[in-house]
Design a protein around this ligand. Sequence first.
Ligand code: 5GP
Ligand code: MN
Length: 345
Amino acid sequence: VAAEGMRSLLAEDLADVPPEVPARLLAGRRVMAVCHENPDADALGSAMAISLALESHGARVDLVCADPVPQMYDFLPHVERFSQRPDPDLDPDLIVVCDCGDLARVGSILEAHPGLFERVPIVNIDHHASNPGFGAVDWVDATSAATCEQATLLMSHLEVSLEASDGDIAQHLTAGLVFDTANFAHSNTTPRTLRVASELVAAGAELPMIARRIYRTKPDAQLRLYGTVLARLETAAEGRLIWSVVSDADYGAAGASPQMAEGLIDLLAQSATAEVAILFKDIGSETRLSVRTRDGGVDAIELTGAFGGGGHARAAGATVELPFAEARPRVLELAARLIAAMPPR
Ligand code: 5GP
Ligand code: MN
């Protein structure tokens, strides 16, 4: 009875799911579920929850991610199922792409198997405003805090209870919400996000454990890496621009892995004065950008878009095809220009 009561909390939100999405998903018998490279909890969680749901309807589902699952997600059930390459035996009749702002975000799988993504119908489930729509069916909801928010609404249409799979579905969906909202603190958190979270907690998701594991648990090597990178931060435009850089040498010195740079950009973005925070990742011939911007200020997509990237207005990224020394002045110059063009606060 309590569960029924909670379910009515989402009654009106369920209309936000385009009917073609569950219809296509339920028709899949051999499904490949793919999330973005360098996966995070929203990418992994949405792909996993949808996979478990489709398996409960008898489909075979293979989970694929171009990069290994970071160790920090060991607490999530079944993540060992993610394979870095499609199984040649699968011969999928459906590909579900989760949390990918464009198809290239699936990473090296796309280059290795371009024919697969052209031949097999794609269901594209995502929440990035910059998503161009690359699927046979596209469900891009930029008002959604996380792809896991959409995936939670989807469960009801798939006739899968949020308690299903021994609670594993709810754990994954909650992890994605916690990650993409920074514990329901970012401006992407809406009343619907909280209704969805309420449902998941009612279904047994362990919110305190998930929040602690995702945002308050770090290997000492990562804390050491944070120290190095934060100590060298620089500012420009009278403190309205803050940036730092992390390189291979830093990982070596701290005993850290490149994945441990995750979270650094959000610390830079804690600057009291910065409108734009940028973390450069010096990866030799290329430079990765992570960008965060203050509410109501610079559009992060405008900055990263100029370098072939994308994301959200407040959080975006790009890969610049230039070494750091050449990428840095170009990126900082555009960032400073966008800041200068802002209306006064
Ligand atoms: P992060 O800085 O955490 O790596 O990424 C911030 C946001 O921008 C995430 O939502 C991520 O999906 C998106 N993003 C990061 N890099 C890229 C990119 O190269 N292209 C696009 N389209 N989106 C990106
Ligand atoms: Mn996401």
